[in-house]
Design a binder for this molecule. Structure first.
Ligand code: SAH
Length: 262
């Protein structure tokens, strides 16, 4: 085993039951394209190769990428690239539709989720291990755990918590609990004209976690407090509501009303 690098979020999964849970959750099919983020020493990569799917593995560690490459050089359905996933454009690998898998480096979970959103039209489903705290936010349908990432991911994916994973399942153990989330690209479409502008809007709605929607929007947009209050009351039925209490459709209605008045 290579000496794990903290800076690359390296915690190698060692529990065989969790490994097979993750593979079962993805359910790889022969011939389909699968992109793996951070294969490390290949605990997920090996069963993926054996499924007959075509695997593209993106590994940033310059010690690990050539090791994997050498170990599986006879397996035609694996390609390993030494690269930063955040700088990868799937089109460069000739990927059209693909499934995504990875035990994520936790220091960049949020940017990787941003990457998933950016390429959502290509990613049919994903199974990702992450810190439990983030997993809980992603799958939250109600209450305080909801955040901007919950809302943004729900534009494209239905998400499910597959399993919890304790620190002892890894070497070295991470300081936090982990969980595996499955993302399924759904077919619902929402009336969002400008995704980037909407994303910014949702993030602003959650900017001050303890603030009401009114206070968050009031500090973000050049409208009077009364104007914003009136919009919120019209759409939500009450003025003192928080971002975590409203659903995606309501965010869309609110954003349209606010953008129309700017
Ligand atoms: N999949 C392995 C390793 C998980 S640890 C296992 O389950 O055991 C996270 C992995 O992501 C490490 O191999 C680390 O080197 C890799 N990694 C870290 N940052 C990365 C990045 N920006 N792009 C691609 N891989 C990265």
């Amino acid at each position: 085993m290579v000496r794990p690098k903290k800076s690359l979020g390296q915690h190698f999964l060692t529990d065989p039951l969790i490994i097979s849970d993750i593979i079962d959750a993805l359910d790889p099919k022969p011939g389909e394209s699968i992109l793996e983020i951070g294969p490390g020493e290949g605990v997920l990569t090996i069963p993926l190769i054996n499924s007959g799917a075509n695997i593209i593995a993106i590994e940033l560690d310059r010690r690990l990428a050539p090791m994997l490459e050498a170990e599986f050089k006879k397996r035609e359905n694996l390609k390993v690239f030494e690269a930063d996933i955040l700088a990868v454009d799937p089109a460069e690998f000739g990927l059209e539709k693909f499934a995504l898998i990875g035990n994520l480096p936790y220091n960049i979970t949020s940017p990787i989720l941003g990457w998933l959103l950016k390429y959502n039209s290509l990613i049919t489903r994903a199974v990702l291990m992450m810190q439990k705290e983030v997993a809980i936010r992603i799958v939250a349908t109600k209450g305080k755990a909801r955040s901007s990432i919950t809302v943004l991911i729900s534009i494209f994916y239905d998400c499910k918590l597959e399993c919890d994973v304790p620190p002892e399942s890894f070497t070295p153990p991470p300081k936090v609990d982990s969980a595996v989330v499955r993302f399924d690209r759904h077919r619902r479409t929402y009336d969002i004209e400008d995704y980037d502008r909407f994303e910014k809007f949702v993030r602003l709605c959650f900017a001050g976690k303890r603030k009401t929607l009114l206070n968050n929007l009031n500090s973000a947009y050049p409208l009077t407090r009364d104007e914003i209050l009136e919009i919120i009351k019209n759409i939500c039925g009450e003025g003192q509501i928080r971002a975590e209490q409203i659903d995606l459709e309501t965010f869309i209605l609110l954003s349209k009303e606010i953008f129309a008045r700017l």
